[in-house]
Design a protein. Structure first.
Length: 146
């Protein structure tokens, strides 16, 4: 008997292909450009000691990058949506993710989505997105790419 080898591409259903594309888009969208990684590390350390579940005791700031949940949850979900589209996710899948994120506190978002939000905000505003994390006297400021 001759073994039959079926290509993986032939047995992946369209729904699985969309899911695979979304998984790839999430990974790509979560990546911060190399020149910004020192700044990113500094901010994460300063804001939350790198904890995705961090909660500021005196405000709604939460997550690894301490986004104000009451200000950023809805807008942050839209930022994740935009970045996912840029990196190849379908609008349908990106919107599904957006709808889930806007219902959950930022500190409960999966790490990849917090990373996507950070990257999208950081790279926004014609290179001035880093100013969201400006803090007078912080060593992180000098790590910003200008």
């Amino acid at each position: 008997m001759i073994p039959i080898i079926i290509s993986a591409a032939l047995i992946i259903t369209p729904a699985q292909a969309v899911e695979a594309r979304t998984v790839a888009a999430v990974s790509q969208a979560a990546a911060t450009p190399a020149e910004w990684q020192d700044f990113q590390e500094c901010v994460a350390d300063r804001e939350s000691s790198g904890s995705y579940t961090a909660q500021n005791p005196t405000s709604s700031a939460q997550g690894k990058y301490q986004f104000f949940d009451n200000n950023w949850r809805e807008g942050g979900a839209w930022n994740v949506y935009k970045r996912l589209i840029k990196h190849g996710a379908t609008r349908k899948e990106a919107n599904r993710i957006r709808l889930v994120l806007r219902e959950a506190p930022i500190k409960t978002w999966r790490p990849k989505y917090q990373e996507i939000l950070f990257a999208e905000v950081l790279l926004s505003g014609e290179g001035k997105g880093w100013a969201h994390w400006y803090l007078a006297g912080s060593r992180c400021n000098r790590l910003a790419v200008r």
